[in-house]
Design a protein around this ligand. Structure first.
Ligand code: NCD
Length: 311
């Protein structure tokens, strides 16, 4: 694979499957029931220029559970970014401090820019409304754990498909595994036309609608997303669509028994807490899977073999 993970295009389908297999083998390590210091002596830099809870903490948990260590940018307002330091200069420094880095940044394209500036592997942890490929790895892992496969599933992606980077990366990956995609959003938040045409040209089956409730009986996965308030140029435009989809337990009575509800989190009000107790709720497990997915990825980028595989 590539030395960096910027978009899902950096991975072949075979590489994705092999990473998911490695992630599965690392489950006891993520649970803390086994200690496997595969990354002892390695240092990760977590460079988060935007808020994060799960992504940053699961990168840290992954590195520490594998015996490595982590340095953090910390609060962006107390970093040299406020003095006007460019991303290029900051990343050139980090390149010398550590062995691998994750980067979250409000600017689309920032991760590629950082990768061009650095010799160490760069993992895109979200670039504006662009991509979020490490989230996609944990999403694919969660789907495969629940359904035993990725191929041919019907996946409904719901909410902010315009600004949501998780669904941009995930839809590209699912299309490559021949999933049927249902894009559910108000028209103002529809999946960008260039992504839809890319996917369609690659032979993906896509159905676009505003109707969440009509799609529930067909779905194997319902992937809810938060309306990305921070990306709206105008607060009034956000207010018009805020709270547009709210999934409740009662809405799920017509769902397939094995259908899973996912959400990259944080949720605002897209999923009612009464869904949490249903057999369909999968989002907390999904968040946990961030640890194994990121463990597998860091091992791969640092050329460390996870024991138990074919390689
Ligand atoms: C997502 C993100 O940052 O894009 N969060 C995450 O990484 N789990 C989704 C979101 O913020 O809505």
């Amino acid at each position: 694979m590539d030395d960096d993970l910027i978009t899902m295009d950096d991975l072949t389908n075979e590489e994705i499957i092999s990473l998911l297999d490695d992630a599965e083998r690392l489950l006891p390590v993520a649970h803390g029931s086994e200690y496997l210091p595969l990354l002892q002596g390695k240092l990760l830099a977590n460079m988060f220029f935007e808020p994060s809870t799960r992504t940053r903490m699961s990168f840290e948990a992954a590195m520490k559970r594998l015996g490595g260590d982590v340095i953090n940018l910390g609060d962006v307002n107390s970093s040299s970014a406020v003095k006007g330091e460019t991303l290029y200069d900051t990343m050139r420094m980090v390149d010398g401090y550590c062995d691998i880095a994750s980067l979250r940044h409000p600017r689309q394209g920032a991760a590629q820019y950082a990768a061009d500036a650095c010799a160490i592997p760069i993992m895109n942890a979200g670039d504006g409304a662009g991509h979020h490929p490490t989230q996609t790895l944990l999403d694919l892992f969660t789907i495969r754990q629940a359904h035993g496969r990725l191929e041919g599933l019907t996946v409904a992606l719901v909410g902010d498909l315009r600004y949501g980077r998780t669904v941009h990366s995930l839809s590209h990956a699912l299309a490559r595994f021949d999933c049927n995609l249902i894009f559910i959003s108000p028209s103002q938040l529809a999946m960008p036309v260039e992504i839809v045409s890319d996917l369609t040209n690659a032979g993906a089956s896509i159905f676009e609608t505003e109707d969440l409730y009509g799609a529930i009986p067909d779905a194997d996965v319902i992937y809810m997303t938060r309306i990305q308030k921070e990306r709206f140029p105008d607060e009034d435009e956000y207010t018009k669509v805020a709270g547009i989809y709210k999934l409740t337990a009662a809405d799920l009575t017509g769902a397939k028994g094995e259908m899973i509800v996912m959400h990259p989190l944080p949720r605002v009000n897209e999923i009612s807490p009464d869904v949490d107790g249903t057999r369909h709720a999968c989002y907390f497990e999904q968040a946990f899977n961030g640890v194994v997915a990121r463990m597998a990825l860091m091992c791969r980028l640092l050329d460390v073999t996870v024991p138990g595989g074919d390689a």
